[in-house]
Each structure stands twice: as C-alpha cells, then as structure tokens.
Design a protein around this ligand. Structure first.
Ligand SMILES: Cc1cc2nc3c(=O)[nH]c(=O)nc-3n(C[C@H](O)[C@H](O)[C@H](O)COP(=O)(O)O)c2cc1C
Length: 141
C-alpha cells in the first residue's frame, strides 16, 4: 500500500462548482481503482492525500500533475504504508472557504475532520505529515 501527499494552488478559473464536478468523476475513478484519500481546499490551495496500490497511486498522481486546473505542485510525502487510513472515503472533500473563521475554529474543524477518519489512531507518517501541512495551508498568508 502506498500513500502520497501533495500541495498545489488552484488556477484562478477553477471555481467551487467546477471542483465539485471534478470530484464526482474522481470518486468514480478512485472507487474503480482502489484509491481512497481526502482533499482539502482553502484560500485557493489544495492539499490531497492519495492511498492505494503503488502503481495506481503513482499513475493517478501523474495525471493530476498534468492537470492545468492547478499549479505549483509540491510533493509532501510519498511512501509505503502498512494500512489504509481513509478506508471508506474514495475522496473526502473539505472546503474551508476563505479566511474568515478564527484560527481556533479552523483548528477545531481539522480536529473533527481527522477524528471522523480515525486517522490519528492509525499512526501513519503520511497522515501526520498531512496534518502538519493542513496547518501550513490554513495559516499561510
Ligand atoms: C486538485 C485535484 C485533485 C484531483 N484528484 C483526483 C482524484 O482523486 N481522482 C481522479 O480520478 N482525478 C482527480 N483529479 C482529476 C485529474 O487531474 C484528471 O483530470 C483525471 O484523472 C482525468 O484524467 P484523464 O482525462 O487524463 O483520464 C484531480 C484534479 C485536481 C486539480
């Protein structure tokens, strides 16, 4: 099993309704290819964790890297994992919206998001890196 985490910046023309459109196709693809994970969106930034068989994850990431709807793709982590973290989620999505909520509220949202996934109990390095990046994404700029 393989897990990959990256960050990127949404293209200006990529709107929330379009993101939901992309996600509904992505969920079908991911379900067919045994890929699970989650995608966060905040202030035009994406943070995504993909997990599944190594070949499937790398193949999908190759397609995602070529996608013109985002840019400045930065790899955070790509590594073997013993078990899936997001077993039930073909691609969970959380839109934090724009800056407006207080830092504490945002942190509360992250905590409940991760508690729902039971991610902390799975003790995965990719998830810890992901969680660290969530904070970077939420509090950057
Ligand atoms: C931020 C972001 C995340 C994406 N996540 C997925 C995903 O989890 N699964 C998926 O099939 N496509 C995802 N896509 C869409 C892919 O980039 C691509 O459009 C899709 O795999 C279809 O590629 P194809 O037309 O070459 O077959 C994502 C795109 C972006 C911009």
């Amino acid at each position: 099993m393989h897990s990959l985490v990256y960050r990127s910046v949404a293209s200006e023309s990529f709107t929330i309704p379009q993101i939901y459109g992309m996600l509904s196709k992505a969920k079908d693809y991911n379900a067919e290819h045994g890929i699970t994970g989650c995608l966060l969106f905040h202030n035009n930034q994406f943070l995504q964790l993909l997990e599944g068989e190594e070949g499937e994850v790398l193949n999908l990431f190759q397609k995602i890297s070529l996608d013109k709807r985002h840019h400045d793709i930065q790899m955070v982590e790509s590594d073997f994992i013993p078990n899936r973290v997001f077993e039930d989620w073909s691609m969970a999505f959380h839109d934090y919206g724009q800056n407006g909520l207080s830092a504490n509220l945002k942190l509360g949202q992250i905590d409940s998001f991760f508690q729902q996934s039971d991610a902390f109990n799975k003790n995965s390095r990719a998830v810890l890196k992901f969680f660290g990046s969530v904070k970077d994404v939420l509090f950057a700029g």
